[in-house]
Design a protein around this ligand. Structure first.
Ligand SMILES: Cc1cc2nc3c(=O)[nH]c(=O)nc-3n(C[C@H](O)[C@H](O)[C@H](O)COP(=O)(O)O)c2cc1C
Length: 180
């Protein structure tokens, strides 16, 4: 029996979801290309894992249409959404909007979101079953950064943005001295 379905678990799934929602994150669109078909999915389960080798991790629900596509393509992009793009985030979270008929541009043959704050291209290095999700470790082979473009945020189930003042000071600290 998987941990998520254990009847003896002391943790209520709703409470777990609410607790995780207190951890503020950015918002990404994971995308992959199979032939002429691009598929995107909104995701905030993203983690920087290793600098050498360069590894990132994403977590995909076993029910997501993205899962079999990722397994087949063996490659994916992670586009870090910019502030003001919450409609695009909903578009890729099961609420399709015809306004976003062509949201991708091509970077080394992979679909990435136009106007993203950053884009990672990765080859799947490892797949790890994890309850009702599957974790993909990706080895990064290309990056694109727009460090002055403010990010979209997600907290307590709502989208938000960084206040202007804190963005300026954070930029000076992070990119002036290096971190991670
Ligand atoms: C802010 C936000 C973050 C999300 N993060 C994830 C995630 O990390 N992993 C996941 O599997 N689904 C996540 N979802 C849900 C998927 O975006 C949603 O189920 C989507 O419709 C799946 O697309 P697909 O079935 O077409 O691949 C998130 C949704 C939102 C709004």
């Amino acid at each position: 029996m998987s941990p998520s379905s254990s009847p003896t678990s002391p943790v209520d799934p709703r409470a777990l979801r609410d607790a995780c929602g207190l951890f503020a994150t950015g918002v990404n669109v994971i995308a992959t290309r199979l032939g002429a078909q691009d598929h995107g999915m909104t995701a905030n389960a993203f983690m920087s894992v290793s600098l050498s080798p360069p590894l990132i991790a994403i977590s995909i629900a076993t029910t997501a249409r993205m899962l079999p596509l990722l397994r087949e393509s063996g490659r994916f992009s992670v586009s870090v959404l910019a502030a003001g793009t919450q409609k695009l985030a909903w578009h890729f979270a099961g609420k399709p909007d015809p306004a976003f008929a062509a949201p991708f541009e091509s970077l080394e043959g992979e679909p990435v979101v136009r106007g993203a704050a950053a884009a990672f291209l990765a080859r799947t290095a490892q797949e790890i079953p994890a309850g009702d999700h599957v974790i993909f470790l990706g080895e990064v082979f290309r990056l694109r950064l727009e460090p002055l473009r403010p990010p979209l945020l997600f907290h307590k189930g709502s989208f938000g943005e960084i206040a202007e003042q804190s963005l300026v000071s954070a930029h000076m600290t992070a990119f002036g001295e290096g971190f991670w």
